[in-house]
Design a protein around this ligand. Structure first.
Ligand SMILES: Cc1cc2nc3c(=O)[nH]c(=O)nc-3n(C[C@H](O)[C@H](O)[C@H](O)COP(=O)(O)OP(=O)(O)OC[C@H]3O[C@@H](n4cnc5c(N)ncnc54)[C@H](O)[C@@H]3O)c2cc1C
Length: 407
């Protein structure tokens, strides 16, 4: 594509993160002429230094990724989650979920975000009808009754039926459209690092509720685990600034010695934690997906999975409309997507927010009630199985891709 060129597309996606680029691959794979625009340089996004996080890819998300050819390159980097163990501080009561209680499939897989991004970029590069333009900023976007027109920083112009905001939690497109968000900050920071350990984790994910917030130990390939350590926002900077020995000591106090000797493997990252939810997911020829629509607490490891369910639903609605010869960017099509996704998202937002508030404190009566709750759930197998199906992302009105079917 040369500069000053006019590119005619059907869908223009702003943001080539894990959600935006997955949507691009899904749509282009179904024959939709798609452009993905990202202001960041992909070369930087693909390095270990950019993002040390992992994502717990649920069984439902895995089905979607498999259906559009993304799971094969990711699979060698994925570690199955076979068991989940939930504990409350030093209470002897705990909850134990074993995947075998509901079938053969693992709850999901832990995959490093950089491997997911690498797989996405490799598949995107060989997908016909998908054009990734990055790094490049947007100079102007006009959304008219019949189409959208974008002018890029390098002078190129793009015309499309629909623009998609997949530009993350602080979405510039959402703000420009004047779509309000319900938002609040938790007084918490997520500290993330990889830990190499002496003994194998046996595919067990641990979620420990400590007074400052959840402390998750997630099984990675090899004798490695990813730590998502929620800490009080006022203490986190001091912890992040500790030298290697000091950080290892603080971490070890919370991690315990059940996996033998520990060593931090690579860098540390920290993320301010907050919740945001757009009051609408659609506007004139604009639709929101992923963190641009909703960002949640990482307590349940579901933020990306929620975004991937947006991808599956939006791709289905758009492709079905196109097959019927309808205008993919029309408001009734976008409203259909919004109705489909809003309930699932609102439920998960409420549950993650409630769990975080319930568990991130050391108030004795609350601790007693939640420990009794843990013990009760442990004793009720049908309730446990329901929780497990939720954790696998296989509940609700699932789009075709999330059921592993083609679009
Ligand atoms: C500590 C932590 C742990 C987490 N763990 C999990 C987990 O285990 N499982 C899970 O499912 N989720 C998890 N999440 C949530 C998950 O990481 C996010 O939900 C997910 O990354 C959102 O992806 P996205 O593509 O919507 O947004 P982003 O990843 O924010 O991507 C946005 C993209 O848009 C680009 N962009 C930004 N502005 C513009 C613009 N104006 N124009 C063009 N491009 C733009 C950016 O460069 C970027 O590439 C976690 C989150 C945190 C903070």
């Amino acid at each position: 594509m040369t500069k000053r060129e006019l590119i005619d597309a059907e869908v223009l996606i702003h943001g080539g993160g894990m959600v935006g680029l997955t949507l691009g691959v899904a749509l282009a794979g179904a024959g939709v002429e798609t452009v993905v625009l990202d202001k960041a340089d992909p070369a930087g996004l693909l390095t270990a230094e950019h993002d040390g996080r992992v994502s717990a890819i649920t069984h439902g998300s895995q089905q979607l990724l498999n259906a559009i050819g993304l799971w094969d390159p990711m699979a060698p980097h994925g570690e199955p989650i076979l068991d989940i163990r939930v504990t409350d501080g030093n209470s002897p009561l705990f909850l134990h979920f074993d995947h075998r209680a509901i079938g053969d499939a693992a709850f999901g897989h832990i995959v490093e975000n950089r491997h997911t991004r690498q797989a996405l970029h490799a598949v995107a590069a060989r997908t016909e009808r998908l054009h990734l333009i990055a790094p490049c900023g947007l100079r102007e976007l006009s959304r008219g009754a019949a189409r959208v027109e974008a002018e890029l920083d390098d002078g190129r112009r793009i015309r499309a039926r629909l623009s998609v905001a997949a530009d993350g939690r602080h979405s510039a497109l959402r703000q420009a459209a004047g779509i309000p968000v319900t938002t609040w900050r938790y007084n918490q920071t997520g500290i993330v690092c990889t830990v190499a350990h002496e003994r194998p984790h046996l595919g067990v994910a641990q979620e420990r509720f400590l007074p400052a917030g959840p402390f998750a130990i997630l099984p990675m390939t090899g004798n490695r685990s990813s730590l998502v350590w929620t800490e009080r926002a006022d203490l986190a900077p001091a912890i992040m600034a500790l030298d290697e020995a000091g950080f290892a000591e603080e971490m070890g106090l919370r991690f315990g010695d059940y996996l033998g000797r520990l060593k931090v493997d690579g860098g540390r990252w920290s993320f301010p934690l907050g919740l945001s939810h757009a009051t609408r997911y659609a506007d004139t020829r604009l639709v929101l997906v992923g963190d641009a629509a909703h960002a949640i607490h990482p307590i349940s490891g579901q933020g990306l999975n929620l975004g991937l369910r947006d991808v599956a639903a939006l791709a289905e609605v758009l492709v079905d409309a196109r097959r019927l010869g309808l205008d993919m960017g029309s408001r009734d099509i976008l409203d259909r997507y919004e109705r489909w996704r809003r309930f699932d998202t609102a439920m998960l937002l409420a549950v993650t927010d409630g769990l975080n508030r319930l568990f991130s404190n050391d108030i004795a009566p609350i601790k007693l009630v939640r420990d009794l709750g843990l013990a009760a759930v442990e004793q009720i197998p049908p309730l446990k199985r329901l929780f497990m199906r939720h954790a696998m992302g296989v509940i609700g009105d699932l789009p075709r891709l999330a059921r592993g079917e083609p679009l």
